[in-house]
Design a binder for this molecule. Structure first.
Ligand code: GLC
Length: 462
């Protein structure tokens, strides 16, 4: 029997879904929210499929198939696949100058997002496999996923370091995180052409659709759009961009997801007896995990990301959730896990009433309302809880895993399907002693994550 909460989540997803057509094929795909994000977003959709597979595997495939249908010649897949006639979003599709690389009406942005595709596909494969159902849909998507991984390896890890390079904060999915502040601030506002400033001033729509308190500050928005403009002039040639960009970061969060994605692709291959390919993707995952382990700084008790713009290699430390991401790909060593758990389980830091805040309330950069600078995100919790689960020999990991599954599902169920949630530290006046959903309402991501948790962990989410 499907519960009322599940029905509510499914109803929301259905309401947010749009049908798109390319080359005579139709795709059901689900933008994050009718209130603002009206196009398909890469890592949101990968997560939607992970919840939807329990109810409608065909819909789950279509979410991923739509992303793959938008794949460029070089294997790249954009973080936004634009809905054809939708104009109520900024930046518009015309602004990217990507039409000539895109697949006809499936015009995309020029940025990646965290590479969740293989993770999602593997999850679908596992669920169907366990139910003894056919997996032809998975089979048909494998080649595109391999091409995508080849793009990432070739263009985003030119040094063969194991870590991926991102060229814009939006590529991390954590657009406004303080992790990017030093690199963003190295871009002098005076160098940004007035036409970009004017473009942002006249067209920015996110602040009229939500409260300004939740959204990035103007000086960051100018830089976001400036970088797009610089890359457009490079014709979205990744090599050329990497040679000149002021924003290039080897990021531990994205790289942990990259390692997990390679483990997932290896698992997909292994299930099909494609052992050589399975070994190759496992070796990529191993390489990444090994490098991540070495990024740990004993004094800072955190992992270093690296600003690699203009040939430099400057460590960036940030007291944000990304430090827990190496749990997800099982990169963290035993010693690192112990140090991480001390931070994660501290109620003054990350184990707030509604964990896990995106930035520690103890950090000087914490802002309770501003997105990616404090609020709790269900997707972050999903990564951390799955990571904790993998450390089977650690009793505390198992305990926190169960608690986090329960807390996340309860939070979404009782508060509603919002984009982000107040971690309830009582630090921000506006939200003092309240617990309110923040960001945009009727959010597909949160609904899908609820469905995923409910089905994957029925003994914990009742
Ligand atoms: C925001 C988030 C990004 C997400 C998008 C749609 O831009 O920062 O990670 O994909 O919203 O939900």
């Amino acid at each position: 029997m499907i519960s009322e909460d599940e029905l509510r989540a499914l109803e929301l997803l259905k309401n947010n879904t749009k049908i798109a057509t390319l080359n005579g094929k139709t795709y059901r795909r689900t933008p994050p929210s009718e209130h603002y994000y009206l196009h398909q977003f890469f890592w949101d959709s990968c997560t939607h499929a992970m919840g939807l597979v329990y109810y409608d595997p065909q819909w789950a495939y279509e979410e991923l198939a739509s992303l793959l249908a938008a794949q460029w010649e070089n294997g790249f897949i954009g973080h936004i696949i634009y809905s054809e006639d939708e104009k109520r979003y900024f930046p518009t599709k015309e602004l990217w100058g990507t039409e000539k690389f895109s697949q006809k009406s499936f015009v995309s942005s020029g940025f990646i997002q965290p590479p969740l595709l293989a993770i999602s596909l593997n999850h679908i494969d596992e669920v169907l496999h366990d139910k003894g159902e056919k997996t032809d849909g998975v089979d048909s998507l494998i080649a595109g996923v391999v091409r995508y991984h080849n793009y990432l390896k070739r263009f985003r890890d030119r040094e063969d370091s194991g870590l991926l390079t991102i060229i814009h904060p939006w590529e991390s999915g954590c657009d406004n995180s303080p992790r990017w502040d030093s690199v963003m601030e190295s871009i002098d506002l005076k160098t940004i052409p007035q036409r970009i400033i004017d473009l942002v001033r006249t067209n920015r729509k996110d602040i009229s659709a939500s409260t300004e308190l939740n959204r990035p500050r103007a000086e960051y928005y100018y830089r976001y759009l400036y970088l797009i403009d610089v890359y457009k002039q490079q014709q979205w040639d990744t090599d050329a961009i990497l040679d000149i960009t002021p924003f290039a970061v080897k990021d531990v969060q994205v790289s942990s997801i990259w390692a997990k994605a390679n483990q997932s692709l290896a698992a997909i291959m292994k299930r099909r007896g494609r052992i050589k390919e399975a070994d190759y993707f496992s070796s990529l995952a191993e390489q990444t995990n090994e490098t991540i382990r070495k990024c740990w700084n004993e004094k800072a008790h955190s992992y270093a990301n690296f600003d690699v713009s203009h040939g430099q290699k400057k460590p960036i430390y940030s007291d944000d959730f990304a430090n827990f991401m190496p749990l997800y790909s099982h990169a963290a060593s035993d010693k690192q896990v112990t140090a991480l758990l001390t931070q994660l389980s501290d109620p003054q830091k990350y184990w707030t009433k509604y964990p896990v805040p995106s930035v520690s309330p103890k950090s000087p950069f914490f802002e309770i309302t501003r997105y990616w600078r404090g609020p709790t995100w269900p997707i972050v919790n999903l990564f951390i809880l799955e990571g904790l689960k993998g450390y089977t020999a650690h009793k505390q990991c198992q305990k926190l895993f169960k608690e986090l599954v329960k807390k996340t599902a309860d939070m979404i169920r009782t508060i509603g399907f919002y984009e982000t949630y107040d971690p309830n530290t009582g630090l921000a006046d506006t939200y003092k002693d309240t617990f309110s959903g923040m960001g945009y309402a009727d959010f597909s991501w949160s609904a899908a994550i609820y469905l995923y948790l409910k089905n994957k962990y029925p003994e914990i989410v009742r």
